[in-house]
Ligand binder design. Structure first.
Ligand code: SF4
Length: 503
């Protein structure tokens, strides 16, 4: 062991300054370290005792340095000690690192998430134009190197049956339809390209407007008639008995449509294993009777979710008709707790625990419950950008943690999230709206087209080259070219990491 005395607290700094060579470089480093320590000490009264540096197992130059420093320190500006010459002449150690190739371990998992189908076509007893499939993965989220990513997560656009008090940004998007849920749903599908709709029946709250179960079912009927995509409902009256009443009326009205149904008012007993309330049991009975997909909802409670799923499975509802909702909240309001819950769900599902295998649905739209997302407060910058960032970041956290389905509200955040999913899933872009997601939307005309929309249409027809857009980065051009023709192209993991950082 070699000990290098650097400085005693309260004393002048030791000085030993050979004029050249490795010894001087090392001394410079130590002096720099000493200065750093002083800086640290100056922060909030941190008091560092720093008497010596101990260098263990050092190479020859350090031993020489030790000799150098163990001599009495010379006065500032005095000639360097004799040992300095020895330091300068010391042979350089021959260090050769062994080369090796890193092969990431490929693991297999005994379990997998169930596959769930949303909606039902006429052939299947419903009236939807198509169905959507989620789940089915037998690897942690996005472990592409361990297996496939069977189904792209679905984003359901949310509609409220009563204006929840939309912010300025959201009013710009839905202000014209906020009083009419059916028109709102139709706008989401026709204008914004929604592939699934969630109808939030917030007006059924007995402490609010207190609409009846029959009125809720009528609103659902109007939405189902207005759109032909898969539809789900969220009931959150805050009252278990009322929730069950509304769920039953809606399930009956939409029999055969394979709704995805969530009640957020069902409360679990404090202890796992205690008998569940009748309302909870009825909730699952109703879904089974009318053939819908039921969502087990418990905020940030993995064991509670498993308990509910087990209850459904015991009623002979297959995992392919159940989803798990861990109660997503916006960033800054406990997202990390939901992420931890989802980690547990994913790990348990993959080790084969059936109670955790129903796919995960998460609602990043809850980011709008953060007042920071919409409050007008000059120092926080544009509330439009803020709201979008809050929902988008919450969606990214949910996806990265394994969500198979998202419920979202703001079209700007939805577009950014869909663009990320395009890249991760290498989805072939087949419509103008999807191509537009990846263009700058500046309408600068430099490509020779009057608008980005015209350029998008030309790209889809193969009449334009992506490179003609002068506003895109080289990475953006590469990505869009790949998404216009992704067959057989494997994404580069480093590029995927960049896409996530972009979002
Ligand atoms: S150059 Fe790019 S940004 Fe400008 S109009 Fe064409 S596609 Fe749009």
């Amino acid at each position: 062991m070699v000990k290098v005395k650097l400085k005693k607290k309260g004393e002048e700094e030791a000085q030993a300054t050979p004029s050249s060579g490795e010894g001087k470089e090392i001394l410079d480093m130590i002096a720099g370290l000493n200065r750093l320590m002083k800086k640290v000490e100056s922060i909030r009264g941190i008091d560092l005792e720093f008497d010596e540096i101990i260098l263990e197992g050092v190479m020859p130059p350090y031993e020489l340095l030790s000799k150098l420093l163990s001599a009495a320190p010379p006065a500032v500006g005095a000639p360097a000690p004799a040992a300095a010459a020895e330091v300068a002449e010391a042979p350089k150690p021959a260090i050769k690192l062994e080369e090796f190739k890193l092969t990431p371990p490929i693991e297999t998992h005994p379990g997998a998430f169930a596959e769930v189908v949303l909606g039902a076509t006429r052939d299947e007893g419903g009236t939807r134009a198509f169905t959507l499939k989620i789940g089915g993965n037998n690897t942690p989220p996005y472990y592409r190197f361990e297996g496939g990513l069977p189904h792209r997560p679905v984003i359901a656009h949310i509609v409220f049956d009563e204006d929840p008090g939309l912010s300025k940004l959201l009013r710009e998007q839905y202000g014209d339809v906020v009083e009419d849920p059916a028109a709102w749903a139709k706008k989401l599908v026709d204008v914004y390209g929604a592939k699934a709709i969630t109808l939030d029946l917030n007006s059924t709250d007995p402490k609010g407007t207190n609409r009846s179960a029959e009125e809720a079912a009528q609103t659902l009927r109007e939405v189902l008639d207005a759109v032909d995509v898969p539809v789900g409902i969220v009931v959150r009256s805050g009252n278990m008995a009322k929730d069950v009443e509304v769920v039953e009326a809606c399930a009956k009205e939409a029999k055969g449509e394979n709704l995805f149904i969530t009640s957020t008012s069902l409360v679990l007993p404090t202890w796992v294993g205690v008998e569940l309330d009748d309302e909870v049991l009825q909730y699952y009975d109703i879904a089974k009777e009318y053939g819908h997909t039921i969502v087990s909802y418990q905020p940030m409670n993995a064991q509670g979710l498993a308990w509910l799923n087990k209850t459904a499975i015991n009623k002979e509802i297959p995992t392919s008709k159940i989803m798990t909702d861990p109660g997503m909240v916006g960033v800054g309001y406990g997202t990390e707790l939901v992420v931890t819950t989802m980690d547990t769900v994913v790990n348990k599902a993959l080790i084969g625990d059936e109670n955790f295998q129903p796919p995960i649905i998460a609602a990043p739209c809850n980011a709008w419950l953060n007042r920071e997302a919409w409050n007008k407060f000059e120092e926080w910058g544009s509330e439009i950008e803020r709201g979008t960032s809050f929902e988008c970041a919450t969606a990214a956290a949910a996806l990265a943690s394994g969500a198979h389905m998202l419920v979202m509200l703001n079209q700007r955040a939805i577009e950014m999230t869909e663009a990320l999913l395009d890249k991760i899933y290498l989805t072939k872009l087949t419509d103008t709206r999807s191509v537009m997601r990846h263009l700058p939307k500046n309408d600068c005309k430099k490509c020779g087209y009057n608008t980005c929309q015209e350029m998008a249409e030309a790209l889809l027809k193969g009449e334009a080259e992506v490179e003609k857009c002068e506003q895109m980065t080289p990475a953006g051009i590469r990505t869009l070219k790949r998404l216009l023709n992704p067959e057989g192209v494997k994404p580069d993991p480093a590029e995927i990491a960049n896409w996530v950082v972009e979002v």
